[in-house]
Design a protein around this ligand. Structure first.
Ligand code: NAD
Length: 283
């Protein structure tokens, strides 16, 4: 029997990553300290699996991996590999990764799905920094075929090889990059979304028109503001703060409109409202 993969955090990404793994037949232990997230996760995973099957993004005829819910990170003990997808907060991630490292066998790959925190910074909290690597699965992981992989300065060759192996198993194309705040994708995308929100804030164009121009003229698949809703505006703002603090780039300071949406609880698709509104059945 294949050892399970532990996924820490049952939010947007934990659910999406579990869908990708289970859809390829891999067993998953999904961990969250919020009981409501664990209660909602099975239905969300079912819905994402259905969608992925509908668009042909999963191997046909494969038996789905079993996903079990757990409230404590000790459930990662014995896992073949651990994927951390908790809230984008460096101190929180460091603490969770240190706890997991203490409870897993040396050499167990610890994979952080951080959007923007340098991997080598998170590795400082670990007795075995070589076990840590970054993957930047994007939402929805089962539908996006390419995965940014972040090799920290101290990431071991064996850890990189294990992650390459896993990505191959689940049909993702890895693109390995060096460590930096926001790596490649968030360093480019997040300030751009911030600028798009700033244009709306200034009254240059409506939300719909900003997205229509980026889609229609520049070929952006969803438009930056619909992308913000898909990411989660709270998570986007957390990542922008990480980028600002570590790069000093003022373009990363979250604009007032983004901050207001977070304060009002309009976090995007996951809360039913962000720049756009979403029916319960589409969340
Ligand atoms: P989210 O807010 O939807 O979910 C985070 C989850 O972590 C929550 O369910 C929370 O209860 C849980 N959590 C927090 N502390 C915990 C702890 N100590 N133990 C167990 N669970 C804990 O966030 P998300 O959008 O799923 O993002 C997760 C990570 O993935 C972040 O680092 C984020 O930057 C990154 N990421 C997000 C996206 C995206 O599109 N949302 C894309 C790529 C990467």
């Amino acid at each position: 029997m294949t050892e399970p993969i532990a996924v820490l955090g049952a939010g947007v990404m934990g659910v999406g990553i579990s869908t990708l793994l289970a859809g390829h037949g891999l067993p998953v232990r999904l961990v969250d300290h919020d009981p409501e997230k664990l209660t909602l996760a099975p239905e969300r995973i079912r819905r994402e699996l259905r969608m992925a099957q509908l668009v042909g993004a999963l191997p046909p005829g494969r038996e789905q991996g079993r996903v079990t819910g757990h409230s404590d990170v000790s459930a990662a003990g014995g896992a073949r590999l651990v994927i951390e997808a908790v809230t984008e907060d460096a101190d929180l991630k460091s603490a969770v990764l240190a706890e997991v490292s203490a409870g897993t066998a040396p050499g167990t790959p610890l994979v952080s799905n951080t959007s923007s925190i340098p991997i080598d910074e998170l590795a400082d909290s670990l007795p075995r920094p070589g076990d840590l690597i970054g993957t930047h699965f994007m939402n929805p992981p089962a539908l996006i075929g390419t995965t940014e992989v972040i090799r920290g300065a101290r990431t071991a060759e064996a850890t990189l090889a294990a992650v390459r192996g896993l990505l191959q198993e689940v049909g993702r194309r890895p693109v390995v990059v060096s460590d930096a705040p926001g790596f490649v994708t968030s360093r480019l995308l997040h300030p751009m979304i911030n600028d798009a929100a700033r244009l709306v804030q200034r009254g240059t164009a409506s939300v719909e028109d900003v997205d229509a121009l980026m889609q229609g003229c520049l070929g952006h698949r969803t438009g930056p503001l619909r992308t913000a809703d898909l990411i989660g505006i709270d998570n986007l703002v957390d990542s922008l703060w990480v980028l600002l603090k570590r790069t000093g780039d003022e373009g990363c300071r979250p604009c007032g409109l983004l901050l207001r949406k977070v304060a009002e609880g309009h976090h995007g698709r996951k809360t039913g409202r962000g720049f756009y509104e979403y029916e319960e059945s589409t969340r």
